[in-house]
Design a protein around this ligand. Sequence first.
Ligand SMILES: Cc1ncc(COP(=O)(O)O)c(C=O)c1O
Length: 394
Amino acid sequence: MELADFTRALEGQKMFQILADAKELESQGKDIIHLEIGDPDFNTPKNVIQAAKKALDEGHTHYVQSSGLPELKEACRELTWRSRGFRPSNDQILVTSGANIQLYLAIMCSINPGDEVIIPNPSFVSYSSIIKSCRGIPKDVSLLEKDSFRLDPERVKKAINKNTKAIIINSPHNPTGSVLTEWHVRRLFEIAEEFDLVLISDEVYGRMIYSDSSSGFHSPSTYDHCSKRTILVHSLSKTYAMTGWRIGAVTGPSQLISKMSLLYETITSCTAPFVQYAAIEAMLSANSETYEMVSKYQERRDLMVTGLNEIEGINCLTPEGTFYVFANIMELMGSSEEFAKNLLEREYVATCPGIFFGSEGEGYVRFCFANSIENIGIGIRRVKAFAASIKEYQ
Ligand SMILES: Cc1ncc(COP(=O)(O)O)c(C=O)c1O
């Protein structure tokens, strides 16, 4: 059987392979410390689970409007107003099963084969995979440690040519935890305006900013209210510890959202209604839980950063957002994949090699601190032993 050409470009999300390897070792009785996948270890808030159960009991188990329930869209409008200062119209919102598919729909509906999409390097693994599967070309712009891994607008401008169609930005940023300042966001928006580009702003970690962040959260959606070029990608996965529920909503120009809705309807008909009722509950009544989780993540971040920086051969910046530390391991090993593989096999600590996020990620390893203080402590001790064993042979 001959497969379609584009399938050769499909990469998926490589960190799921690490999770599979870690689970395999776990099934053999090994005690694994999971610092690989960006999945909150907190439970989904109880009232959210109750809302889903109630919706199931009430029979919300059938097809519904493919672009989302009006009640959930209303909750999105309200939260966008509170967080970003504008109320999008209903036809600017599409409810989806998580943020990943939003990226796919947005890119599929904005580019033609051969068009270029600017992405940060390193960046969330799906970006390049999605662009390639839509027959586009990802155009990398390097993020440098010396710039605190912030996307430099002038580098972005230099990367633009006649084939450029869109820019993806992501703040707070996976995998580095960097947060763009207001100046960066404004400048990136101005550049998108100047070259008439689509600006996809992935804000899935928008609420995950630490109290000592020098930047605070900024979204380009505040400039055009998602009516002209900004596409605001958002889900409940990280904010409310709801990764497995697969729920989110994307906001954008109505003309584009209507096409994205048709594509979504074509692919998957609609989003499960009982999950949408749970999402309404989360968005309107679980915000104190989010604050609590973020303050706990901050404690864990501090433990992780201090612990890693005390290890000879490893150093890292303090992330201002997300639950990732992107640690420089170059002094210990050139290959991040080898580092992560050996760390898992020898010390049973699962992490993500930086190279998975792009060529600029080589020499770094992503440690996710969405785990307990106790497990982070054990993880650090094991990484320390691993680093010492490498040093011994250097
Ligand atoms: C930057 C970024 N965008 C999007 C996603 C996808 O999120 P979702 O679970 O809502 O599909 C992730 C998941 O890790 C992410 O890190």
